[in-house]
Design a protein around this ligand. Structure first.
Ligand code: 13P
Ligand code: ZN
Length: 271
């Protein structure tokens, strides 16, 4: 058996959480990540017959039975993952009943997965239904994205349009736009269901006055989506109070989307 601490998926979680912490996106225990793993690869590092303990997930996820995820722990600081991955992360498998998580590794202090597991697993189900290669769901509290939530309308078309205007590459990176939920109580099945509904259409979902979710086929895609929104939101916050002299026009966004061959939300432009 290989050393789990050298497993590429553990190393990726360590590097990503440290990176997000240093970007100032994940204060204290803010943010969470879930990453669906290849059971054969996990088997190189763990005896997958050995279940440490069982933890109820609080909802039914029949389509995820047997799926294995590495998930950040609730109350755990992204800052600390690198120093003690076994305490701050866990590897879980969804049991036969579709309602229980079998802990295969981690949460070594008796902890458990993120309180946002409903939003994560329900988003995995939603993304897999439209993209069978989706693997990562990431939640974060990026500073400028959050700041923008207080001064910009929380409307999918308007928010996406403003973000697209802020950097030339935005429409190419997230041509599907950004879904938006109003402020909702976090950590609940209801916010999970609402997020998953949006995830059928968007890879990015803003949680009003809370943060953002990104989904992707790998860590880079999910991270890159959030990073690009955050960059655009930063430009917005640096310029929103100043007279606007120039802007990227809708016709130019069409030119970009067509040149790069991306399928974009035409209804989010004002043509
Ligand atoms: P957890 O510590 O349970 O992951 O919660 C952090 C968070 O960002 C809640 O939305
Ligand atoms: Zn949060």
């Amino acid at each position: 058996m290989k050393n789990i601490l050298t497993a590429p998926f553990v190393v990726e979680m360590m590097k990503t959480t440290a990176n997000m912490y240093r970007l100032g996106w994940d204060e204290r225990n803010g943010g969470n990540i879930s990453y669906m793993l290849d059971p054969a690869e996990v088997g190189e590092y763990l005896d997958t017959e050995k279940v440490i303990r069982e933890i109820p997930i609080g909802f039914d996820a029949p389509s995820l039975v047997g799926k294995i995820f590495i998930v950040t722990g609730t109350g755990k600081y992204f800052k600390n993952v690198e120093d003690d991955p076994e305490r701050n992360l866990g590897i879980i498998r969804i049991a036969e009943d579709g309602r229980t998580a079998e802990l295969l590794w981690g949460y070594s202090d008796g902890g458990r997965f993120t309180s946002e597991l409903p939003a994560h697993l329900m988003s995995h189900i939603a993304r897999l239904s439209v993209d069978p290669e989706n693997r990562v769901v990431m939640h974060s509290h990026p500073t400028h994205t959050l700041a923008m939530n207080y001064v910009h309308e929380l409307d999918e078309k308007k928010l996406t349009h403003t973000l697209w205007e802020m950097c030339t590459e935005c429409i190419v990176v997230f041509p599907d736009g950004v879904g938006v939920l109003p402020w909702m109580l976090c950590g609940t099945n209801s916010i999970g269901e609402a997020t998953a509904e949006k995830m059928k259409e968007f890879r990015l979902v803003v949680w009003g006055m809370h943060g953002i979710y990104g989904a992707g086929r790998n860590m880079d895609e999910a991270f890159g989506l959030i990073e690009t929104v955050e960059k655009a939101a930063e430009i917005y916050m640096l310029t929103a109070h100043l007279p606007r002299i120039n802007t990227i026009k809708d016709e130019e966004m069409v030119e970009l989307a067509e040149f790069f061959g991306v399928k974009y939300r035409k209804d989010f432009l004002n043509l």
